[in-house]
Design a protein. Structure first.
Length: 239
């Protein structure tokens, strides 16, 4: 049984169909990338998984149970963590307090929440920044803080939305290493990413969409050589 099943997912906004009948799965221990040009519907799918957006049609099954219509915080408690394309830490709070706040998803005492936060910050190579205000971090640090906040909720499945965007080459390598280490802890990953170095390096499978519809699915090599994917990214003459 798959960890996550997206079944015939459709999402429309006042007659505009952003996602149209998309289906795919994420198995335990997998890293699956969801790719497509800007506006393809990738983040909309993430927002449907978390139920920020109600589904127009279809279903989302997590660990064998439908989460359609469930409250967003309940979905987090079930084990789906999430980062956002535009990172928005609690800017006037310290890095440690940001992650401590997320730890309260599963922990009730402040002492245990802080211990959990320190553990996560160390894992994300942010422990040296723990007493800094979140707003003082550069983009690379804020991206890692976003991941740390999600990890503090102890997810079984982590949704990463353009984690590598805006990073320099060394930060990109660090991000790849962090994502691999997260998977090694037993967390499955579904990620939206435009940087192909990340996608091709660490994905087990790729699901490609364009104009809200599936155009390809398979291994990185299979998808990279798919005519419809090449056309979606580079234009018909390159396909």
């Amino acid at each position: 049984m798959a960890l996550l099943e997206i079944k015939n997912l459709t999402k429309s906004f006042r007659g505009l169909t952003a996602v149209n009948n998309v289906s795919f799965e994420v198995d335990e221990g997998e890293i699956v990338s969801l790719i497509g040009p800007n506006g393809a519907g990738k983040t909309t799918i993430f927002n449907c998984i978390n139920q920020f957006f109600p589904l127009t049609a279809g279903d989302i099954i997590f660990r064998g149970k439908s989460i359609k219509g469930m409250k967003t915080y309940k979905i987090c408690q079930l084990g789906i963590g999430r980062t956002f394309q535009v990172v928005k830490p609690l800017k006037r709070m310290t890095v440690l307090d940001n992650v401590t706040a997320s730890s309260f998803c599963r922990i009730n005492s402040i002492q245990d929440a802080r211990r959990k936060a320190i553990e996560v910050l160390e894992f994300c190579n942010l422990l040296s920044e723990k007493d800094k205000l979140a707003r003082s971090l550069p983009i690379g640090g804020r991206k890692r803080l976003e991941i740390a906040r999600a990890l503090a909720t102890e997810p079984k499945l982590l949704l990463l939305d353009e984690t590598a965007a805006g990073l320099n080459p060394s930060e990109l390598d660090e991000a790849i290493d962090l994502i691999r280490r997260i998977r090694e802890t037993g967390v499955s990953i579904l990620m939206v990413e435009h940087i192909m170095k990340v996608v091709m390096t660490i994905s087990d499978r790729i699901h490609a969409i364009n104009f809200g519809q599936t155009i390809a699915e398979g291994t990185p090599e299979e998808v990279a050589n798919n005519k419809a994917v090449i056309e979606a990214y580079l234009g018909e003459k390159h396909a």
